[in-house]
Design a protein around this ligand. Sequence first.
Ligand SMILES: [Fe+2]
Ligand SMILES: [Fe+2]
Length: 305
Amino acid sequence: MSRPSPSRTDRVDFRATGDPALLEASDRGDSHLLTYRQLYELWERQQWAVQDIDFSRDRADWHERIPPDERFVRMYGLSSFFIGEQRVAAELGPMIWACPQEDMRIFLCTQIADEARHVAFFDRFYEQVGVLEGETLEARLQETSPHLNPEFGELFDELLHRRVQRLAAEPEDLEALVEAVTIYHMVIEGMLALTGQHFIIDYNEAQGTLPGFVEGFTNVARDEHRHVAFGSRLLRDMASAEPRYGEAIQRALAEVAPAADGVLRPRFIQDENAQIFGASVAETREFAMHALQRRLKVIGLATAA
Ligand SMILES: [Fe+2]
Ligand SMILES: [Fe+2]
């Protein structure tokens, strides 16, 4: 079974997030989840700056070393992240209003800043490396949209957006909050983003390509582990308070599973065993499910698979 590579996910700063997917003890349901306040304090210690990253080698790699057909495949993975970061940053506001405790709201304010930084990271990569022709952030977002598949739109613009719209109208609907956190933190960040990041970073490290991108994307991954650790904590607290919240988690997971699975498979890949970023669709799915199972165990729910 695919596991996070020891070189990266055994790093002290990654494991410090307490994301259950990184810890063997999670297989036994042992919990090392931080409190909301501790997660805030960790955010203060884990700052980084997009403007400090040097993309000059990346520019040379992109135009001189990476062949055009491979650039096309890479664009799929990058577009999903660029647009995904922009979408989730836009959805967090109503989720903050709906959180029942001040410590939760304070942490999610840090997460909005992180997601904005992630958008800025991709935008600067595209601009400095010269990947796109658009001259503004909006133009670059628009230019990358055709690389996405329909399941991406379904997951972000329908399944997540519908819950967030509900929270904007009824912030006291805690079941809708639990469903939104399940889709955002468990599925989009935990299953999709962190899985893509794992294989894309490994692939670039193995190929010796895009060192500036790898540096920034590793920082993005560390942020995402912290976000998922928050989501795991919130869902465990809610599910242990009332069984109906545990049921809401399972309901949301079941509803979004087909769309989530579709996002892991690019439109141009028909064969489950075809390799993209050094791994097959089957391998990436297995990696995502293993991470989900560990987190669900720590939340206190039976595994979905
Ligand atoms: Fe992000
Ligand atoms: Fe995130």
